[in-house]
Design a binder for this molecule. Structure first.
Ligand code: ADP
Ligand code: MG
Length: 754
């Protein structure tokens, strides 16, 4: 730990400046302000393109004064100074004179008004360039900025002066994330003071010297200087490169340490038995495993047989057959006398797993009093929050006594009153928002550390897996079982072809007449609700609920409409959504699975896992309301039984609307890995990292999981090496300290205040 880093800011900045920084940025320590990096850098010669400036948010821009005029106010005392600024650097005219065609935007202007702006009137003279900071508003197409803070550019923004003017001209201007009251250059001033007063040479460096030498990194002191006060573009680039790697190393070392800790635990080995349930299950399997399923199956079998806990992530394309892989692992554990728990993200999915696993097991699934205790069969139990008390009590009892060999459930499995007789394997299905904490809560239910298999709902790019599930080993299932017909996805734009609305239902009728079934998915339940997203599910990207007055398709509305739809007359249809009573929900699902209901109108409750082979058409209404991965998951519900599947993405947005691009992406490919990368690009970094980040708050400043995959991979290797030779990091106190801060930012904040 470094005294300097944890030092209160006022010791280095003085009381007044420190108070201003704390008030506006919430930063109280030397480390906090040193790590408040510029968001970007501008060059002195550059003018900000005015047409690109975002409206109604705090911005910092450079512009040149075109004209200035001051007038008296009519109604009150005082004056208004209007300064018109432009992004025209004068070169556009030159280029035209030279006969070269000019491709850039036409110069933009912006009117800046100052009330009683005597200083502005005196300083902002024609031709001068300055930094301005404030919120740009647009009124009747004219852009305006009122009473902004500004900083003349020709002045030296640094306090020390005396720099050679040519060097000055080349110096990038750091632009800090500013607030309305604290413009970028005032932050810069405070940082500049800090760089002079802090004892930078005493700062601990979490990056080991040999790695720093290999990567030719700046020293940590020099890196702090250059990230805040670069003299050239190369300076800040070098500084960023170092801090970016440093973030990756700290993160990966934390994960490597957790991997090492998990691997040092002792689990019960669950060795396969010759004539057990698994052997009989395999013999009765109605299909052959894909090569991927067989290979992953072998890996799992080997790891379960060891007395070290397995900690594995199974990444799989939608429909690649993860369930059967997990079930085989569960049977191996049951054969060896242990229990397995399968955790599903929703009640619908838990119930479906319960039904389909019992069906798949056939005679191997034992009911009744003997349960799985006879060794010839296994009792499968269901445990969810909404079960009637009696059934719930029975399930709890069966789990605790060991009568239930396989327990399937929702988050309810995590609650305190759930216990197991001998929990050997935990399978977490279809969930990538399940954080380390929750995994640990389940692990705590076993006497000895259990084996763990996590399965993702959607394939995720390798570097994301390395970060979010960095404490797990990874297997991938990217091939679909043979004979799986491809899903054809079409974008149905009602804005350009309103007549297609009717054609959709005629198409649904064709499927039903051919003996098949249809899903219709809506973004909402009723006409005046907030949608129905599975727990933990982020609301779809979009523009909030005020959708320009557009009425979104709702389950109840569509059911009413379809009951009157001539094309569908006589077709049995039903609604399914999260607000129904569990009994009704399961009844509807059962009727659909049994082909008694032909057309199911639902919310995204059917998003993951639902497996009805006879369904061939999926109609997603207002598809623009869903995210890319969600759409990919949803359409994975059709085309499962060898019958070709079709997915219609229906939207009433006009062609060219940015949200339609997501739909085009989904229609263009069925490669889940490519789509999830596309999807993640649209999310904020914090959302990508989700619950795996302590406190849900991302402390990554420069590292972008998607962009900097190479850095992450290198840091992972380094971390593995460092932690492998020194699991407690006793020889690397600087790195250990940085990990501590990374894992417990709240604790740090608490210590700072105390
Ligand atoms: P996901 O990986 O999306 O969870 P599932 O496990 O639900 O996929 O499997 C999708 C369907 O494919 C299931 O009906 C399952 O029985 C079937 N299936 C799994 N493996 C095979 C295989 N090797 N050959 C044929 N069908 C398979
Ligand atoms: Mg599944």
């Amino acid at each position: 730990m470094s005294a300097e880093l944890d030092l209160a800011l006022e010791r280095r900045l003085g009381k007044r400046s420190a108070a201003v920084i704390e008030k506006h940025l919430g930063i109280t320590t030397v480390e906090g302000l040193l790590n408040y990096y510029p968001r970007r850098y501008m060059s002195r010669g550059e003018l900000s393109p005015i047409s690109d400036i975002p409206r109604d948010e705090e911005v910092t821009l450079i512009a040149r004064v075109l004209s200035s005029s001051t007038r008296r106010m009519q109604a009150r005392r005082g004056t208004i100074t209007d300064v018109v600024v432009s992004d025209d650097d004068g070169r556009q005219g030159l280029r035209l004179v030279g006969g070269t065609e000019y491709h850039g935007k036409a110069p933009g202007t912006l009117k800046i008004s100052f009330f009683n702006g005597y200083k502005a009137q005196a300083e902002l003279l024609q031709g001068r360039r300055a930094l301005f900071s404030g919120k740009v508003t647009s009124f009747k197409g004219a852009l305006g900025l009122t009473n902004p803070d500004y900083q003349l550019l020709d002045d030296d923004p640094f306090s020390d002066g005396g720099r050679d003017p040519e060097k000055m001209a080349a110096m990038p201007i750091p632009i800090y994330p500013a607030t309305g009251k604290l413009p970028s250059w005032k932050i810069q001033k405070a940082v500049s003071t800090l760089l002079e007063t802090a004892d930078l040479d005493s700062l601990p460096d979490p990056v080991p010297a040999d790695i720093a030498a290999r990567e030719k990194f700046l020293s940590i002191a020099q890196a702090y200087r250059l990230i805040h006060e670069p003299e050239s573009v190369a300076d800040w680039q070098q500084a960023r490169r170092r801090f970016r790697y440093q973030e990756a190393l700290v993160l990966q070392s934390a994960l490597a340490r957790r991997r090492a800790q998990l691997a040092a635990e002792e689990a019960t080995a669950r060795r396969p038995v010759a004539e057990g349930l698994l052997a009989r299950f395999d013999a009765a399997l109605p299909f052959t495993l894909t090569a991927g399923q067989a290979a992953v199956g072998q890996t799992l079998a080997d790891e379960l047989a060891r007395d070290v806990p397995m900690n594995r992530l199974l990444q799989g394309e939608v429909g690649s057959g993860k369930t059967v892989v997990a079930l085989r692992a569960m049977l191996q554990v049951v054969d060896a006398g242990g229990q397995a728990a399968l955790l599903a993200p929703t009640e619908v999915l838990a119930a479906q797993h319960f039904e389909s696993i019992r069906r798949t097991l056939g005679p191997l699934s034992g009911d009744g009093l003997l349960g799985g205790l006879d060794g010839a069969s296994v009792q499968v139990s269901l445990l969810t929050g909404s079960m009637p008390t009696a059934a719930r009590r029975q399930a709890l009892l069966d789990a605790a006594s060991g009568t239930a060999g396989i327990v399937i459930g929702t988050h309810a499995l995590l609650s305190d009153n759930v216990s197991f007789y001998d929990l050997g394997l935990i399978v977490v299905d279809e969930q990538h928002r399940f954080g380390v904490e929750q995994r640990d809560a389940l692990r705590a239910k076993a006497r000895k550390p259990p084996h763990l298999l996590v399965m993702t709902a959607t394939p995720i790019p390798r570097t994301v897996a390395m970060t979010v599930f960095g404490d797990l080993e990874t297997s991938v299932l990217d091939e679909l079982p043979a004979g799986r017909a491809p899903i054809a996805t079409h974008l149905v734009g009602l804005a350009e072809n309103p007549a297609w609305a009717g054609r959709i239902w005629a198409r649904a009728r064709e499927e039903v007449d051919a003996g098949h079934q249809v899903y219709v998915v809506c973004p909402r339940i009723g006409t005046d609700d907030d949608g129905d997203f599975s727990p933990g599910e982020a609301a779809p990207p979009g523009d909030g609920d005020s959708d320009g007055g557009r009425e979104l398709a709702s389950v109840t509305g569509v059911v009413e409409h379809l009951a009157e739809e001539p094309a569908l007359s006589g077709v049995p249809l039903a609604a399914l959504h999260g607000r129904q009573e569990p009994d009704l929900k399961f009844g509807v699902m059962e009727d659909f699975a049994a082909n008694r209901i032909k057309l199911l109108v639902s919310t995204t409750v059917i998003e993951v896992g639902v497996d009805v082979h006879n369904a061939t058409l999926m109609v997603i209404l207002d598809a623009d309301r869903f995210g890319i991965s969600q759409l990919h998951q949803l359409r994975g519900r059709v085309g499962r039984g060898g019958l070709p599947g079709t997915c219609l993405l229906v939207t009433s947005l006009e062609a060219g609307h940015p949200s339609r691009r997501r739909l085009e992406a989904v229609a263009a490919t069925t490669d889940g890995f490519a789509l999830s990368e596309e999807d993640l690009k649209l999310r904020r970094e914090g959302d990508i990292l989700g619950a795996s980040q302590s406190g849900g708050r991302s402390t990554l400043k420069l590292l972008r999981v998607l962009e900097h995959g190479d850095v992450i991979a290198r840091a992972r290797e380094d971390a593995q090496q460092i932690v492998g030779g020194d699991p407690d990091l006793s020889a690397r106190p600087e790195l250990a300290g940085a990990i501590e801060k990374y894992l417990n930012p709240e604790k740090e904040a608490f210590l700072e205040r105390g």
